[in-house]
Design a binder for this molecule. Structure first.
Ligand SMILES: [Ca+2]
Ligand SMILES: [Ca+2]
Length: 300
């Protein structure tokens, strides 16, 4: 994917310019005084077109973030993108990059190289690890989860509540089911078909050993969509007939629903996870493409 291509993706959002340097300038214009200045730095410091587009894609605050990416020298856009309510870049720790305080509690997972080869910029899970994300990442419909994974033999990828405590499951999650497809589900109580509702993909969209971006858009109870590497993939019902999304007070987790107590589809993850974000809205096709295209180079 070329920078030029990415610029044209953003052109859908912001209106096209044939002058990449000029878009770097747009980032500066779009931000508030201080942030805009940072955006301009990004445009001039790194890949002018890409960094500038990153700035221009969002509001003033995002413009500044786009600039930071340029300062990092990579030219890609900074994480987090598109104003999530919680986000974890795993850049040396599990802090919430949004500043909203949903800092991760690492239990067993270890820092490792990310998909670009950056040291200590993703987490590795060996089958009994998790990163707790606290109990404050629980939006109502519509909402979106986005996560990068390199799956070895994992199952539970992320959930924003407890999905396996004494058989009770609450909140929403993404997992790999026993037959291998991605599954996105919402829960409302004791684990039966009547308390879950969601969708699953065909197993062949899962590529073990490769980094993949998985996005679950929970638009409504009856409208959950799954995207892989930025493109929507076909789904079928997961067989549940649940009629609500219900939250408990439990912490959500990345890598496991509940360390050590997972079973079946919610066994703890084995592999690597990175760049997780949660949005309190349904991302559009274009935004998901942006998320995928936005991470082609080093993240801060
Ligand atoms: Ca990362
Ligand atoms: Ca472990």
């Amino acid at each position: 994917m070329t920078s030029r291509w990415m610029v044209c993706v953003f052109a859908l959002l912001i209106g096209c310019s044939s002058d990449n340097g000029g878009e770097g300038g747009t980032a500066g214009d779009g931000g508030s005084a201080g942030e805009g200045g940072t955006g301009g730095d990004g445009g001039s410091g790194g890949d002018g077109g890409t960094a500038g587009a990153g700035g221009a894609a969002g509001d003033g605050g995002t413009a500044g973030e786009g600039g930071s990416s340029g300062e990092g020298g990579g030219g890609g856009m900074a994480f987090p993108l598109l104003d999530p309510i919680a986000a974890w870049s795993f850049s040396g720790d599990a802090m919430d990059d949004t500043g909203n305080g949903n800092d991760g509690t690492v239990q067993g997972a270890t820092l490792t190289d990310d998909r670009f080869g950056n040291l200590e910029s993703a987490y590795s899970f060996d089958g009994n690890d998790e990163i707790g994300i606290g109990n404050n990442v629980k939006p109502n419909f519509p909402f979106t989860f986005n996560v990068w994974i390199r799956n070895e033999s994992g199952r539970g990828i992320m959930a924003n509540d407890d999905v396996n405590s004494n058989g009770f499951r609450w909140g929403a999650g993404i997992t790999l089911n026993v037959s291998g497809g991605f599954v996105a589900t919402v829960f409302s109580g004791f684990a039966t078909a009547s308390t879950r509702r969601g969708v699953r993909t065909d197993p062949d969209v899962v590529r073990p050993g490769e980094w993949q971006m998985v996005t679950a858009v929970f638009a409504s109870l009856l409208d959950t969509r799954i995207y892989v590497d930025g493109a929507e993939v076909p789904v079928v019902s997961n067989g549940g007939t649940g009629n609500s999304l219900t939250y408990s007070n439990a912490s959500g987790n990345i890598g496991s629903p509940d360390r050590g107590s997972g079973s079946g589809a919610w066994l703890p993850f084995q592999g690597e996870i990175d760049d997780v974000s949660v949005f309190d809205r349904a991302l559009s096709d274009e935004e998901i493409e942006t998320l995928y295209g936005g991470f082609t180079t080093q993240t801060p």
